[in-house]
Each structure stands twice: as C-alpha cells, then as structure tokens.
Design a protein around this ligand. Structure first.
Ligand SMILES: [Zn+2]
Length: 375
C-alpha cells in the first residue's frame, strides 16, 4: 500500500511523512478512527515508507527490495497481530495460523473491515479475538534482531479484541521496547483499550474522508458514473466502508426508496384497498429485506425531519430522495417524528420475532395514517 493509493487524508499523510523526514518516529502510535476512514491502509503505507530504501519526498519507491516484499506483505521485519478464531481441529490459534488468509485479505480488500475479515474466515457466530498465546508470539518475534531493515514494525489490528492479560504483556513491551521497534496499533474504539496502553501511545487521529476526496476515490476505484459517485459520497459520511456497502446494495436502495414513497403515500391517504395490496406485496419479500426496508425508513424520517428544521447542510440524501423530500418533509416534525420512530422500531422488533408480516405492516400503516396527520 503506497500513500498514493489512499483516498484523501492528505494532512495525515503529510504528518506521517514529516515524522520520517525529521527522524521523530514515535515508537508506539495509535491509529484511531473508523475502519472506512482508512486507518489500516495508512498504517500500512507508513510502515512501507519507513522501510523503503529509496523513498521520495511523498511516497515509497515501490521498486526496492523492501517495497517488493511489503507489496506481498512478506517482509521479515514487518509483523502483524490481528484477531482470529480457533479452528475446529485445533485448541488454540494465533495470528500466524491465519497469515495466508491475512495477506490475501490485505491484498484484495485494503479497506476491509473486521466483519469482512470474519466473513472470510467463515467464522459463523464465533468472535475473533487476540488471545494470550499471542503475547508470547509478540515477545518472541520482537526479541529477534531485525533481518533486513533498520526497524522492526509490528502492526496490531484491533487492540480492542485483546483481553487484559494480553494487553498487559503488550504494555510491558511498549514501556520497554526492544531496540528499533515500532508498534502501530490500529483501532476504532478507544473505549475498549486499557487506559495504560492509551496513555503510552501517541495518538494519530484518523478523521473522516472529505466528501470531495471520497467522490474522487469512488470514481477511481469503482468506475462509477459521476452522478452515482456524488450520490454515494454524500451518503457515506466520509467512510469508504459504508460507501462500498452502498455500492453493493444500490439496487436495494432504489427499491427501498420506492417502497418508502408508497408506504407514506398510501398510509397518508388511508385508502384501504390499495393499502392492503401494498401490504400483500411487502409481506412477500422476506424478513431480512423487510428489516432493511424499515431501517431505511427510519433514516428517511430522520433526514426529512432535518429538512423540515431547515438544516439542509446536514442532510445526506440522494437526488431521488431529496426530490421526494421537497414535498414530504413538511409532514415530519418534532411532534410526530418520535411517534413515527417508535412505531417503526416496534415493527422491526415484531418482524425479528417472526410475527406475521401482513399484520405488522397493516397495523403500522394504520398508525402512520394517524401520526402523519398530527399537528
Ligand atoms: Zn522502496
């Protein structure tokens, strides 16, 4: 991963490059921010830059022996720790058990998320964690001399998934690091990291990607039309992982939008025959899609309320959705919005508990009729 492949984040890239140029690389740094802001790709690009034998002012060369090894994530001085599951035929597992899968994950989805990683492992319901055995592995690796590079670098992904015992082992290492050793912790939520680790690492705060940078990035990486890229970058709150989800589900998004318009129109008009026809249709699409549709409806209520409150700058809607909101937003106001939310929440709960979808949706629409007419 070169800096040039990272979407936006120029300030952070510059900061990291400066630390190398000025010889002020802090030995323990915490890259903290949403996965989709690019915290892992930034840590990877930083490690590559530090180890590059022929770096330029702005990036790694991509061609030296170090760059070529890091391009495959097979450099003997670059170590990885990440959460894993225990395979069925083993009683314990450490990161190295899954190193092949991990390299593949980094190569195919550099902006991959924890959930992508779990899905790739076929984890079912099990959670991936960083076990205490990993602590011993970390010690063993970092106590070796570096093979080829000036530095040994350990990238630890999701320190939130370490238990206290492992965290304490790591803490000792951070406090008394072996010579020329760098720790890059890549985390999303500092609440789940013990405070002593937080206080001993230098924070690299990863903020959201700007809408314009995401717009450019989406066009480059996904060959989207300008319209589509603009629409998704507006919806994704600076998070590339969310943008990818939107791209995957853009067909569903259009369907959800059309269903939402129908539900609101029919509920407002209260024409029972048409309403029952619509309820018949929506009750056939399956529970997962019904839940996704209702969750989408919650977002639409929130966005329309924001428009009604004249806070247009905060709105995150597609052109279609905005077109509809021009007429619809006046029906959503602070008096009825909480009632709408609570009815939709209830419907989600009932669908989750396998209630009869026809009954749930008909009941919901009848209540919406009353609530939409509230003053
Ligand atoms: Zn290089």
């Amino acid at each position: 991963m070169n800096f040039s492949k990272i979407i936006g984040q120029n300030n952070i890239k510059n900061h990291l490059i400066q630390t190398v140029k000025q010889g002020r690389i802090s030995h323990a740094q915490l890259f903290l921010g949403n996965e989709g802001y690019g915290s892992l790709p930034l840590a990877l690009a930083y490690a590559k830059y530090i180890m590059c034998l022929n770096k330029t002012d702005t990036d790694s060369c991509g061609e030296c022996s170090s760059c070529r090894k890091i391009a495959k994530y097979q450099h003997p001085d670059l170590h990885f720790v990440f959460p894993v599951i225990t395979p069925k035929n083993k009683d314990k597992a450490v990161s190295d058990t899954y190193i092949t899968e991990w390299r593949q994950f980094l190569l195919s989805t550099p902006y991959g998320t924890y959930n992508n990683w779990l899905n790739g492992l076929d984890a079912g319901n099990s959670q991936a964690i960083i076990r205490v055995d990993e602590g011993k592995e970390i010690l063993r690796k970092l106590n070796m001399k570096s093979f080829e590079s000036d530095y040994k670098i350990m990238i630890l992904w999701f320190p939130e998934k370490m238990n206290a015992e492992t965290a304490n082992k790591l803490l000792k290492l951070i406090e008394e690091p072996p010579e020329k050793t760098l720790f890059f912790l890549v985390a999303q939520n500092s609440q789940y990291i013990i405070s002593t680790i937080l206080s001993r690492t230098q924070l690299v705060k990863i903020t959201r990607i700007t809408e314009d940078d995401l717009f450019i990035g989406l066009q480059e990486k996904h060959q989207l039309t300008e319209d589509k890229a603009r629409q998704i970058s507006r919806l994704s709150e600076g998070d590339y992982a969310i943008a990818e989800e939107y791209i995957e589900s853009s067909i569903d998004m259009q369907q959800n939008f059309e269903q939402f318009v129908q539900m609101m129109r029919l509920s407002y008009s209260g024409k029972m025959i048409d309403l029952i026809k619509w309820v018949d249709e929506i009750s056939k699409i399956g529970r997962e899609k019904q839940k996704a549709f209702l969750t989408y409806s919650l977002r639409m209520i929130r966005e329309n309320l924001i428009i009604n409150q004249k806070q247009k700058a905060m709105v995150r809607m597609s052109d279609n959705e905005e077109g509809f909101a021009e007429k619809f937003a006046r029906f959503i106001h602070p008096v009825n919005a909480p009632h709408l939310n609570s009815e939709i929440d209830k419907a989600i709960l009932h669908i989750t508990r396998n209630a009869n979808a026809k009954v749930v949706f008909l009941d919901l629409c009848i209540r919406l009729n009353r609530i939409l007419k509230m003053q």
